[in-house]
Design a protein around this ligand. Sequence first.
Ligand code: SIN
Ligand code: CO
Length: 373
Amino acid sequence: MKKLQLLGDITPAQFLRDYWHKKPLLIRGAIPGFKPLLAFEKLAELARLNHVESRLVTQRDGQWNMDHGPLTELPPRTEPNWTMLVQGVNLHDERADALLREFRFVPDARLDDLMVSFATDGAGVGPHYDSYDVFLLQAHGKRRWKIGSQQDLTLVDGLPLKILANFEPEEEFVLEPGDMLYLPPHYAHDGIAEGECMTYSIGFRSPSFQELGESFLQFMADSIDLPGRYADPELTLSKNPAEIPKDMLSTVIEELNKVRWDEEDVTVFLGEHLSEPKHNVFFTPVENPLTMGRFMEKAARKGLKLSSKTLMLYRGKHVFINGESFAVGRADKAVLDVLANERRLDGALLDKATDDVLEALFTWYQDGWLELG
Ligand code: SIN
Ligand code: CO
């Protein structure tokens, strides 16, 4: 793979080997001449929406305050020390989606979202650490970042946001538009706006094992098969009616031990879990949909592309899209793997797909999961 300016003229493989999860990387001019993709007003508009996750962080007289969106009112733009943070901007703006996809040298299964922050002079969200990797791209104005590799991650008690009790910065940089800072998980950082500024955070998802375990057990509940019912023809008289019989316990243990799963179960679970849209993501079914015939005609001419909101993954013969999974044959797999990887499909490739896949594509089009063009 070739060197990327985005990563400071190293290849993605070098980045993953030397920095990913290991140490920070400051990249001056990662995207030279970068201009914010959304104006302040557009961002504020998103923050007013119910289904967009947003926060307002203010610091007055040394007191931290955090409000969760929808943010119907913001302090005046001229007032210092407040930050508006808008999560998942990639879901609502195609250029933001395209920016997030520049980071696909990390698998989609790990990519989360693009968060945009707007800060007035002096504002920041305080010294803290995040549990996941992050690229902090300066989009507008200047921000002074102080960072440190400290092990002491004790937080101040009783605050509405995570603030490190003993922040010990070791390095300091002022980022200008187009500059970017990569930080591994748990790396302490504090970014203070110097004048009004906007920062774009490219975030990654790292599900906790607890979350995965709970979700996996729900998944297994739908697929286990334990025929039969408890019976005790050998029941003997007990002196203590309230005591659970020992034989009952051992029979149940024996039966529950029959619950087994293999790589295939975990593959299907993981694909469905990771491709499940977040709770606040809604698809808009296409207005006045074409007929299947017209759709196919147009798709053959113009191609197809996945909606910014669609999550599509695959593993082996299993294809996952927005929380649904299905197993496909070789010809369909070739087509769907391209759609998943490129997030678009050349019309010519539709020739190779079976009717099953064409019907699925038509349904996804109707549901707003993909678009023509
Ligand atoms: C911000 O953009 O204000 C905060 C981003 C971060 O520190 O993770
Ligand atoms: Co952070």
